[in-house]
Each structure stands twice: as C-alpha cells, then as structure tokens.
Design a protein around this ligand. Structure first.
Ligand code: TYM
Length: 347
C-alpha cells in the first residue's frame, strides 16, 4: 500500500513537501519546533519526502565511524516524532545518487558569488579557518538539488534556511530561462514554509543567538533524547534576568521570550493563556514548570525512539521503501534536466 502513496497523492491533487535534517549530533528543540513538529502537523495534507541529509553532514570535518549510525538514528527520530508512513516517505539522501548528479548540473549554472554571499557559509567558514572545503561553499546547491529533484511545492524549515531556499528559487529561474520554455519549464518553483512560532528557537545560555548543534556548550540546547535529569539541569542553569514577572516580546528580555515560547509550544497552550498564567511568576516558580513540560513532551518521543531503534529490520524496511519511492521521482526529474541541457541518452 505505501508503495502507491506518491501516485495516489498525485491523483488526489496533493502538493509535494520536501525537507531534511543533517545527521550531525542529536536533534535539539530548535530542529523539532522549527521543522519536524511542523512536518508532522501538515503531513496529511501533502505528499511528503523527508530525507536525512548525510551528504550535507560531510561539508564539515566528520567521523566516518559514526556517520551511518547517526543517519539511522535521525531516521528513527523522524518516526518517533510522528512522521507517518501513510503520508510520508523517509529516506537517506546518499541512497539516491540523483542528488549528487543534479548538484553537478546545477553547479554549472550557479555564479560563485551567489554562494560566497550565503550567511551560513560565511559563519561556518570562519569557524573552519584555513581548511574551508569546496563542499561547504557548494552546500546550498546540494540543498537546491534535494528540493528540486522532487518537484517540491513547499519546503517546511526554520528561519535560518530561508536564504538557501531563496537561492534555490533563483536557480529555478536561471535553469528555466536558459534551458526551458514558458510552456515547458525544466524545474518547478518551490516555496519556503516557515511558521512564525518556533522558527527561531534561541540558545538557553544566550537568548540572542540561535540554538545550534555546533554550540560548544551542551547547556545551550535541549536535545530530544536528553534524559529528565539533563533537562532539569539545563533549565536550572539557563540564562534569565532579574526582572519580576514574565513577558513575551520585550526586546530587553530575549531569554524570557524564548523560554516562554518553549513553554507555549510544548504545552500546546496559546500565547495569551501563557502570558496571563506567567505574568506574575518568578523564575523559581517557572523553571520547574518548564522542566516538567519539556520532560513530558519529550517522553513519548523518547519511548518510540527506543522501540524503533530496537527493531533494525523495521527501520531498514522503512528506508528501503523510502529510497525506492524517492528514486522513482528523482530519476524522472534528473532525466528531464539532462535532456533539457542537451545530454545524450544512453543506448
Ligand atoms: P539543519 O540540520 O541545520 O536543521 C534542520 C532543521 O531545523 C531547523 N532549525 C531550527 N529551527 C528553529 N530554531 C533553531 N534554533 C533551529 N536550528 C535548526 C532548520 O531551519 C531546519 O529546518 N540545510 C538544512 C538541511 C537541508 C534541507 C534540505 C532542508 C538539506 N537539504 C532540503 C530542507 C530542504 C540544514 O542544515 O538543516
């Protein structure tokens, strides 16, 4: 039945969604609230492809002994967070070689200064010093290939990926101008899907910088697989301020806004309810409440994750099926691009 999903989705006129996460370290609340939670919420309205972008993970120095294991763990987390195979396909990027091949074709129409201007490239390049690899510069083109191979209509991501999707859109215009016609465009134009709440979860140790896997301090982020004691410790130590009462949207209180937002999203309440509930609270009262909310929100994810990781045969079958579905669609797009660019067909 699941093998028929993409075809049924087309018959039902569903738009397609593509998104992905890098298998570098454990996922944190930013990845969950900015991306995966949204995938889960919208999945029944779309035909979905969620990939683990392991080719992206090697654009910074990596350890080959953990790469494959990390990819499987992230795929298991997708399932644990509620990705449902009745609506969605899960696959590993490197299992579908069309991603690398389309990247090459797109590279050849990408002006290098578009890539040199990317915010994430500049930030990561500074961290790598002398040893910046070509892959890091080319990272957004690989991401464009991920999206464009599937003719994706929507790309649900956090705020930090917006610039990469703009570049993807510019590449669509360039490819279609050079090699397509108005009637027969080569590539489909995708749109970012960025929700307001949770699109930019901030660090626990600095409310003005993004929660990130690469922050050297583990205290800066809550990971989805953190045990309750670690969550309690991180929230106990997180940065706050001396003001009395808790409030949203005060630019002088970024930590307060971030922690209230986490509480709102993970408790499933509205902003207004939380604003009223916490208006007179001090940190001593709020922190245990936030701790309990985070622990309870992550408990079912952690339990499901453990069950999926215990059944390797099941996970393998999910990824095999996902790859098969992905390959069918990716191959059609790749052939279309190659034909438009003038390549010969093998005899
Ligand atoms: P990555 O692995 O850095 O992050 C995965 C997703 O999590 C979101 N995110 C956040 N959202 C809110 N607050 C935060 N602090 C936070 N940190 C991360 C990201 O916006 C992202 O949605 N280039 C991508 C992966 C990628 C991709 C793609 C995404 C590769 N190909 C194709 C969409 C479509 C990345 O590095 O995400």
């Amino acid at each position: 039945m699941t093998a028929l999903i993409p075809f049924l989705a087309i018959l039902m006129g569903k738009q397609r969604v593509l998104s992905g996460v890098q298998p570098t370290g454990n996922l944190h609340l930013g990845n969950y609230l900015g991306a995966i939670r949204n995938w889960v919420e919208i999945q029944d309205q779309y035909d979905n492809f969620f990939c683990v972008v392991d080719l992206h993970a090697i654009t910074v120095p990596h350890d080959p002994t953990v790469l494959a294991g990390n990819s499987y763990a992230i795929a298991a987390l997708y399932l644990a967070c509620g990705i449902d195979l009745a609506h969605s396909n899960i696959f590993i990027q490197s299992h579908v070689s069309a991603h690398a091949e389309l990247t090459w074709l797109l590279n050849c129409i990408t002006p290098i200064n578009w890539l040199q201007g990317m915010i994430q490239f500049k930030e990561k390049a500074v961290k790598q010093g002398e040893n910046v690899g070509t892959g890091l510069l080319d990272y957004p083109v690989l991401m464009a290939a991920d999206i464009l191979l599937y003719d994706a209509d929507k790309v649900p991501v956090g705020e930090d990926q917006k610039q990469h999707i703009e570049l993807t859109r510019d590449l669509v215009i360039r490819m279609n101008d050079k090699f397509g016609t108005k009637k027969a465009p080569v590539l489909k134009m995708p749109e970012p899907m960025i929700r307001k709440d949770g699109a930019r979860v901030m660090s626990l140790t600095d409310g003005t910088s993004k929660m990130s896997k690469s922050d050297p301090s583990e205290l800066s982020r809550i990971e989805l697989l953190d045990p309750p004691e670690a969550i309690a410790k991180k929230i106990k130590k997180c940065k706050t301020d001396p003001a009395r009462g808790l409030e949203f949207d005060n630019p002088d209180r970024p930590e307060c806004n971030n922690l209230l937002t986490l509480y709102t999203l993970l408790s499933g309440q509205t902003k207004e309810t939380v604003a009223a509930e916490c208006a007179d609270m001090g940190w001593g009262q709020f922190k245990p409440l936030l701790t309990e909310t985070v622990v309870e929100a992550l408990r079912p994810i952690q339990e499901k994750y453990a069950a999926v990781m215990d059944d390797r045969a099941y996970l393998d079958s999910v990824l095999r099926q996902g790859r098969e579905q992905a390959e069918v669609i990716a191959t059609v797009t790749l052939d279309r691009v190659k034909t438009a660019m003038g390549f010969s067909t093998p005899v």
